[in-house]
Ligand binder design. Structure first.
Ligand code: CUA
Length: 313
């Protein structure tokens, strides 16, 4: 039975996962019993009341009160149970405890950005403390995305121009995958992130060190770390492969052809402008789909990324 459950659902790692699963199994098992019972009854009656001879005549039956009440009341009771159960779970899911730790979530094509109370920003990595309610206040910078953590049994649309929220309490230290479950364009299927559940102490240490800002690293090395952490590499390869955007490899110092017919030199200013206002000068053979990193990356971080791109000749 346990193996069957594991096959059907991912591990349950939040306080509300158990109840969600119980309701899911109740609906499934009840439906299965009814399907099975009704199918058997149909086959049995078809056989039992088959036409046996030429002068077999079906009697006229207008109604049967007992039978009709039975087949109305049983489903009614089931539906009321499912409604009541579902409603109480729903109310819990939309009501975060007042002491919940708050994280701002921003969906962009195609990455997830997480902003913490002390100003730390992480991309595609949501750090949370274990055994503590966490409330996510979410919005999108462009199109509709949907935030889904299967292990926690939570899913919520993320919309432009409006906040939505969702909350959970993780019950064990470890990692859980985050998916975008609303088709949002070319790299929708790459719009994945990881929830990293830590002990309260580890979480605070991470938060204080700004998630390891890398200020003590060599600029080019820090740049490489930043391009990974900020999900630049989802769309820009470092080995010349064509992805959603131009590869970083070999671009330094090159002439970038623009749609207007003009060209622009790939230098410090071009990289900086492309990070902060990505759609002002787009390579002619690519689409203008990059999100802005204004407010996400500061000048020192952009310097580091420039140094890193320079090394990719
Ligand atoms: Cu964002 Cu799909």
């Amino acid at each position: 039975m346990n193996r069957l459950i594991e096959y059907m659902l991912p591990p349950a790692k939040s306080t509300m996962a158990g109840e969600t699963d119980a309701l899911f199994y109740f609906i499934n098992v009840t439906s299965f019993i009814l399907l099975f019972g009704i199918t058997v009854a149909i086959i049995y009656f078809a056989w039992k009341y088959r036409r046996k001879s030429e002068d077999d005549v079906t009697p006229v039956i207008s109604h049967n009160n007992k039978l009709e009440i039975t087949w109305s009341v049983i489903p009614l009771i089931l539906v009321i149970i499912v409604f009541g159960w579902g409603y109480s779970t729903y109310v819990q899911k939309i009501t975060p405890p007042s002491d919940a730790y708050e994280v701002r979530v921003v969906g962009k094509s195609w990455l997830w950005e997480f902003h913490y109370e002390n100003g730390t920003v992480s991309v595609n990595e949501l750090h949370v403390p274990v055994n503590r309610p966490v409330k996510l206040v979410m919005s999108s910078d462009d199109v509709i995305h949907s935030f889904y953590i299967p292990d926690f049994r939570i899913k919520q649309d993320v919309l432009p121009n409006r906040y939505t929220s969702v909350w959970f309490e993780a019950t064990e230290v470890g990692e859980s995958v985050i998916f975008c479950t609303e088709y949002c364009g070319t790299a929708h299927s790459n719009m994945m992130a990881t929830t990293i559940v830590q002990t309260q102490d580890d979480f605070e240490t991470w938060l204080e060190s700004s998630g390891g800002s890398g200020e003590d690293m060599e600029p080019a090395e820090r740049g490489e770390m930043l391009t990974q952490r900020n999900a630049c590499v989802t769309c820009h390869s470092t080995d010349g492969t064509r992805l959603v955007g131009p590869s970083f490899q070999g671009s330094w110092g090159s002439e970038v052809p623009l749609e207007s017919g003009e060209t622009v030199v790939f230098d410090e200013n071009y990289v900086r402008e492309s990070i902060l206002e990505p759609n002002s000068k787009v390579h002619e053979s690519y689409q203008a789909v990059m999100p802005s990193y204004a407010g996400t990356l500061d000048d020192r971080q952009i310097d580091a990324i420039i140094e890193y791109i320079k090394t990719l000749q």
